[in-house]
Design a protein around this ligand. Structure first.
Ligand SMILES: Nc1ncnc2c1ncn2[C@@H]1O[C@H](COP(=O)(O)OP(=O)(O)O)[C@@H](O)[C@H]1O
Ligand SMILES: [Mg+2]
Length: 374
């Protein structure tokens, strides 16, 4: 069915990739806002996180105090921003939004912290990308609701403690492993966001179709859900594309037929793999005979940043059983060979089991003399 042999293995065109990228496009935030659930009851799936969080919120409300700081970790598009907004809404508290990259100096953080209102929820997106000196200021603020403002320079510099209003920090990160332990430890509660099941995505799709006011057939929802990589953002985006197709080329109803035609048009395959995923598998199979190969080598070969490959493509490929992470590098599984319709060479490394059997050999997970995987 899928003839990928003639697909380019060079850099992936960002425009064709966009359809199933879990990251939000530049002009997509407003569209997303319209489909965002506003309460914990509206938030589909993530049962455990919802349960834990509602306990934290209920108890805070009962004691009439700001709840513990919350850290949300999970891949892009799984609902971290949505949940932060829900936390503020459920508490009836104001919400301040900022992000790690916006905090370049500790002064940037001091400006935010010192103007918080009592009980305000501070959402710090991509918290792992905050400047180091600001991290230390954040520890103190989280623990003691205090900011030490340094006045002057050199030996004459003094730190003036400034009290700040009790607030709740909600941090979000796609890479919890990159947070320094002292910062991680200061969160009272960490929510691990997981991929969604197909059934959960179907519920999200029906809810979104209702909000868009366009009829969605059961089987169409099932089809879209199955190709959304376990990610609500992708499900909603594919739904909007199917809606466009239905309105422009169809009869305004999102039927199975329309859904399939749309997904074909955007090159989303039967398992939800997009061009970047396929490019990675293609390179892994054809150039590296199934691996093992280091992350950075793999990323360079498809013309992407290592972080993009690691955060955006890999978790889904691993979870779907196409790729295994081993101590010696990334290895293609038998499913990868069969999905791309290529016969594996007899000496191909197969998945985790085969690689583990060989991992007695010292290695740093690289191949071809490329720099080591971080
Ligand atoms: N549990 C959920 N139920 C319903 N819709 C969701 C859920 N999680 C995410 N979404 C939808 O997916 C989109 C992306 O979610 P977002 O919170 O921005 O993800 P993240 O911040 O983790 O990248 C939002 O527009 C939201 O409508
Ligand atoms: Mg977000």
């Amino acid at each position: 069915m899928h003839d990928h042999d003639d697909r380019p293995t060079g850099p992936v065109d960002p425009y064709t990739r966009e359809a199933v990228s879990p990251e939000a496009g530049a002009d997509e935030h407003q569209l997303e806002g319209a489909l965002r659930p506003r309460s914990l009851d509206d938030f589909v799936g993530q049962e455990r996180v919802r349960d834990q969080l509602s306990l934290v919120l209920d108890s805070a409300r009962k004691r009439n105090r700001a709840p513990d700081h919350v850290l949300m970790s999970g891949g892009p598009g799984l609902g971290k921003t949505t949940l932060a907004m829900i936390i503020a809404a459920e508490l009836g508290a104001p919400l301040r939004i900022t992000s790690g990259p916006a905090i370049e100096r500790s002064g940037d953080l001091a400006a935010v912290l010192s103007t918080l209102q009592e009980g305000e929820v501070l959402f710090l997106d991509e918290i792992h990308r905050m400047a180091r000196p600001a991290e230390e200021m954040l520890y103190v603020a989280m623990e003691d609701f205090r900011v030490d403002v340094v006045v002057g320079k050199g030996p004459g510099a003094t730190a003036i403690p400034l009290e700040i209003a009790p607030f709740t920090l909600v941090g979000a990160t796609t890479r919890a492993g990159m947070l320094p332990a002292p910062l991680r430890d200061r969160f009272g509660f960490t929510a691990h966001m997981d991929f969604y099941t197909a059934q959960e995505l179907e519920r999200i799709l029906h809810r979104s179709a209702g909000l868009l006011g366009v009829p969605l057939a059961e089987d169409a929802a099932r089809e879209i859900a199955g190709r959304s990589r376990g990610t609500p953002r992708i499900a909603n985006r594919l739904l909007r594309r199917v809606r466009d197709y239905a309105e422009v080329r169809g009869d305004g109803v999102m039927s199975l037929e329309t859904a399939r035609a749309t997904l074909e048009l955007y090159e989303v395959d039967a398992l939800g793999l997009d061009r970047l995923d396929r490019a990675i598998l293609d390179v892994l199979l054809k150039r590296f005979r199934g691996g093992p190969v280091g992350l950075s080598t793999l990323a360079v070969s498809v013309g992407e940043e290592a972080e993009t490959v690691e955060v955006v493509a890999e978790p889904f490929l691993v979870r779907s059983g196409f790729l295994a992470r081993t101590p010696r590098g990334r290895v293609a599984t038998p499913l990868a060979w069969s999905h791309l319709g290529i016969a594996p060479p007899p000496d191909a490394a197969f998945g985790a089991a085969a690689a583990a059997a060989q991992s007695g050999t010292p290695g740093n997970g690289t191949s071809g003399g490329a720099p080591a995987t971080p």
